[in-house]
Structure formats: C-alpha cells, structure tokens
Design a protein around this ligand. Sequence first.
Ligand SMILES: [Zn+2]
Ligand SMILES: [Zn+2]
Ligand SMILES: [Zn+2]
Ligand SMILES: [Zn+2]
Ligand SMILES: [Zn+2]
Ligand SMILES: [Zn+2]
Length: 375
Amino acid sequence: MTERVFVFVDEEELFSVMKDADCLYCRNPVTASKHHLRKRHLRFAIYYKDSAIGKFSIPCYCSDGGHGRSHWHCPMCAKILQRTKDFKIHITNHGVEMTDKSTVELQPTMVLSENQQTDNEDKTPGNKSACQKCGIFFTTTSNLRRHERLQHGQDQQPMLCVDAKNAIYVTPKDLHGPRVPIHIRKSFTLQILLCELEECWDFMKALAQSGNPGKECRHLVRTNHAQHYVPPPPLSISSLEEMSHKHLLSASEKHACQEMNSRACLEGVDCVYPIFWGKHDLSERCVYFSVYTDLKDKWCQFGRTRVSFDTKSGSWKCLCEHKRIPCIHKRLSMWWLFQEHPKLLQNPLDVHAERVDVLEEVVMDKMSPDGDDLC
Ligand SMILES: [Zn+2]
Ligand SMILES: [Zn+2]
Ligand SMILES: [Zn+2]
Ligand SMILES: [Zn+2]
Ligand SMILES: [Zn+2]
Ligand SMILES: [Zn+2]
C-alpha cells in the first residue's frame, strides 16, 4: 500500500496520488476519481500556510477513525483528531497558520513551482526539527521558531494579579495588536490551573492525553513572572453621587452600581480592577477593566467580565450578553474612570452635555457594521 500523505500543495498532487485506484482515505472501496475526491474530501479541505507555503489537508474516512467516521490525520505527528476544530488547533500548535482559501497568494498552483523544491526537502525524514522544550515536531525550522516564540517566548508578557483570594490573573491574549486581557486562574493552595480560552483548554487536554499532563498554555506559563496583587483605588460613593448629579446615571443605575460594589466588597474582592499593562500607562488607546459579575457564566467563567473602553472613539464593550448596549459592568467601569481619570471620559465627546448611553448610541451609529473593533 502506498504510504499515505495528509498534506498537499495542490489538487493535482492529490489526484495523482491514487490515479483512479481505490481511495486511500475511505474505509469502503471506492474509486478515487476526481469527482469522488472533490465531493468527499476537497470540499472540506482545510487550508493553511506552512512556512509561507500554501498547503491543505483533507478529511479522511478510513478505519482508523472508527466506523468510517470523518477524521483528520495530523501530517506532522500522525495524531488522529475527530473534530475539525480540534485539528485546526492542533496543527496551529505545530506552527502553521490558518488561511482563507480565497487568498490569492495561496492558490496552490501559484506557489507550486517556486516552492516545490523546499517542500520536498521538508518532507525528507530526519530533516524534522523538534522543539527542545516540549518535544513537538515541525516540518521546518521556521515553524519551529514560530512555535517557540508563540508557546515559549512569553516571559516578557505582563501578568497581573487582580484577585489574590481567588487566584485570578489577567494577561494579554495575543502578542500582537491591542493587548486585550483574558483571565486565568492558577493557585498552588487551591489546586487550580485554568485558562479562560477554550482553545487553551483543548490544547492542554490534548497534551495531557499524549503523556504531558503538566503542560500549560501560553498564558498560564506567564504566572511565573506575575506581579503580585496591588489594590486599585477603590470606588467611592461620592464620585457616584457626582455622576448622578451630572445626569450621567439614572437613579436605578446608580442603585445597581452601589449594590454590585457592596457585594464585591462583602466577597473581599475589587468590583472594578483597571488593567494598565505599563506602570499606570495611560498612553495606550484602549483601557480595560476586569469587573466583578457576582455570577459565573460562559462569558465570565471566573466571576469577572472584561470591559473595554476605546479612548479615541469613546466606545465601550463588555463580554456579557449586552455587548454593545449599556450594562452594569460598563457603568461600573465608567464610575471608576470618572473618579480617577475623568479626562479620558471627556474624549472625544463631552459627557457632561448628555447622558452617556445616548452618547454610546451616537458612537455606535458612527461605527461601521463590523465595528471599529480596536479594543
Ligand atoms: Zn475517498
Ligand atoms: Zn484516516
Ligand atoms: Zn500533530
Ligand atoms: Zn515547544
Ligand atoms: Zn491560555
Ligand atoms: Zn456587561
């Protein structure tokens, strides 16, 4: 039996592998005609970039997957994954980059000639490089370097403790772009090791199953360099009164804010924890807050949500179900900002003139349909 390949640079390569013999990727005998390959395999192909070379993988229905169910063979480590989503995450962890099929530079025929050689070179066994830190194999050294940077080069990324009692920390989700924070929980005494992101959960679970149960995601490892908890300036009732006098809050909103703050205080945690990555660095366009929710849900697994404020557009966002409309979490963050950095709130619109939620609507109207999602 021909050795099966699970990665291709163009469709012709796939067609030529079997040349109308039985399909190697199906459990039941079926001729690997172009029609079959297109209908059963290519239609669901996943496209990605491996060291700037456009490649794709196809779903398989062989008996390895059990009962001919569709599954994916990792072309880099021979692991089999049932779910498409898991496969994508898995190969991303090998260092490839997911791409949109429609990207012109990825049209397989266009990259074939100039890259064919490198590609063959990459496939030679023994030319594979393994990560010294976690042992994962890569087809090229540039993928290995990318992986090392993404998975292990995290030491410079900040990690702040926002709730020492419950061992909650915040750290930037990505290495590029605005430093949007995510929550993680890690504690020796509480025996907790959790990241808010589902992809990290999957990543750690997969590694645990493959014999590496202590491996942490790229966020959790940063706790080794975390800054210890520093209490932020607490919310004061007098500033809330002042907001109310300036008609920035309705009576019921004011009451709700006060109530939530008291509940957080009773819990012994900060209702609003402003996140400044630098030492109280206000030069960045986006300001983030970790806000107490008094409940646990998909959007606030650890009982805290993330509120973002774009100081340039004046728009607010929250992870709760009220993403773009006023919510208690945005109100609470506004309270803190009004109290500590009122100047930031006045830009670019004068909040004294109108109610904030009216302004929010104005801001939302000005935004493009998919939003000016900087933060
Ligand atoms: Zn087939
Ligand atoms: Zn298979
Ligand atoms: Zn793999
Ligand atoms: Zn590694
Ligand atoms: Zn993570
Ligand atoms: Zn909210």
